[in-house]
Design a protein around this ligand. Structure first.
Ligand code: HEC
Length: 154
């Protein structure tokens, strides 16, 4: 009788290992979840330097800011074609909440606010004024957070 908890604990460990291993194998570059994740990675890569300059963590360099802002503008449209309705056969891990396909208008509003914020960052960058850049980047970051709060699982 006393052996039982040990056996159970062990099999739980084996199971967890098997699940995490199969999790690695399951990454499918053709799946929508994989493609949108890649797109968001491109977005964050372009947006991060903007945030650092706006916060004074990196020195504000107007030319670099303008380059990164345009890069962001180019990749800002990439994720949105990769949100087809979920299928029972989907295996790729995802943090996309079902609410995306239930509250489609709200999701679309969040997407539009984000694109507007990106355009605002580009316009602010073109002024070469840190005082303009700062609130524009703040607006952008709020747009990311607002959508994540509603539509991305923790
Ligand atoms: C309109 C909604 C929306 C907006 C706007 C948005 N995101 Fe996301 N983001 C999501 C959703 C949904 C996911 C989860 C995708 C999935 O796992 O399938 C996600 C995932 C991500 C990921 C995770 C990639 C990974 O490796 O798992 C990053 C990073 C990210 N977003 C960054 C950003 C940044 C930075 C911004 C703003 C500059 C932003 N997002 C704006 C909805 C949004």
């Amino acid at each position: 009788m006393q052996k039982l908890p040990t056996v159970l604990a062990l099999s739980t460990t084996v199971l967890a290992l098997a699940v995490s291993l199969s999790g690695c194998e399951q990454s499918d570059p053709d799946s929508p979840a994989f493609k949108r994740r890649q797109a968001f990675k491109q977005i964050v890569r372009a947006a991060e330097p903007l945030g650092k300059m706006a916060r004074g963590k990196d020195p504000y360099q107007p030319d670099t800011f303008i380059d990164r802002a345009h890069e962001l503008q180019q990749v800002a449209g990439l994720p949105w074609d990769h949100f087809p309705p979920p299928q029972p056969t989907d295996r790729e891990k995802t943090r996309a909440k079902p609410a995306i396909w239930q509250q489609t208008e709200k999701f679309e509003t969040e997407r539009r606010n984000f694109i507007a914020a990106v355009n605002g960052v580009v316009a602010a960058g073109d002024t070469r004024s840190l005082d303009r850049v700062r609130p524009a980047v703040e607006k952008l970051e709020n747009a990311c957070m607002s959508c994540h709060k509603a539509f991305r699982a923790d």
